[in-house]
Design a protein around this ligand. Sequence first.
Ligand code: C2E
Ligand code: MG
Ligand code: MG
Ligand code: MG
Length: 277
Amino acid sequence: YCKLLSFRPANANSQEQTGAATSHLSLADDLREAIAQQQLQLYFQPQIDIDAGSVCGVEALCRWFHCEYGMIPPDKFITLAESVGIITDLDLWVLRASCQQLLQWRSKGLSIPAISVNLSSVNLRYPALPELISQVLQESQLTTDDVIIEITESGFVEHEPIVQDVINKLHANGIQLSVDDFGIGYSNLSRLQTLPVSQLKLDRSLIEHIETSGIARSISEAALQIGKSMKLQVVAEGVESEKQYQILKALGFHVAQGYLFSAPLNVSQFELWVLSH
Ligand code: C2E
Ligand code: MG
Ligand code: MG
Ligand code: MG
């Protein structure tokens, strides 16, 4: 794959603008190829049930190791995939690979209750998406209890009927939805009560200041109470210190995720981590 890429004619554009556009396109081509050739990798970050102190789930996070440019962070290539129309392929690849991984862990006797997978809000404009997601679950013989789909809060805020339809269809198919990065979107709180979601993930920028800022703590507590009153599971993400964890525990958060427990790990590292915890 890398050798093939190096045969691509060098970018001999004298005009810088064309050069930038070309490299954007060629990176998009590389990404298209990376998806098709399974050159993307999943990393896994454990989620901890705060009451039980045990692993209650795992979030799959996508990584792209480009042969020339090295590791490209998801914030960069997800935006690229969205802009060139390949985010559906990417997210479905991630979902499929995540389901297979979960099955493999279970066949090895590792008990992982569920896997969380991120879905770009761009995909909420794709009417066929709910069926495709259900198909992937059926093919892997997993149930809707095994998978949680995370969509950022700002993605849910869209009022367009098509987005609403897709969300409703996902829900009707039993798919568990999580509101990712909650608390930094537009926080249309009245909209939240009509959303068919089962989990809130509080954004790490709030957790980051929970020790030092009374305001961050109040907002986190308010978000927790909103979630609880809607019978949602509330997750704190980006937990980095023991002190933060103790505060979250005292406040009554359900689940914690962050560097305090583990950074995202590759498959073998993750398996070792689970076995030793
Ligand atoms: P996210 O879904 O909110 O994922 C959490 C991000 O926070 C991850 O960054 C994770 O590595 C990082 N993180 C976890 N714990 C800590 C912590 O304690 N401290 C700090 N500072 N960071 C922590 P990552 O892996 O770079 O992913 C960034 C974003 O890219 C994700 O945010 C998600 O929105 C998106 N993404 C990743 N994989 C996929 C994918 O397969 N599909 C889609 N559509 N988006 C993805
Ligand atoms: Mg996420
Ligand atoms: Mg998040
Ligand atoms: Mg994020």
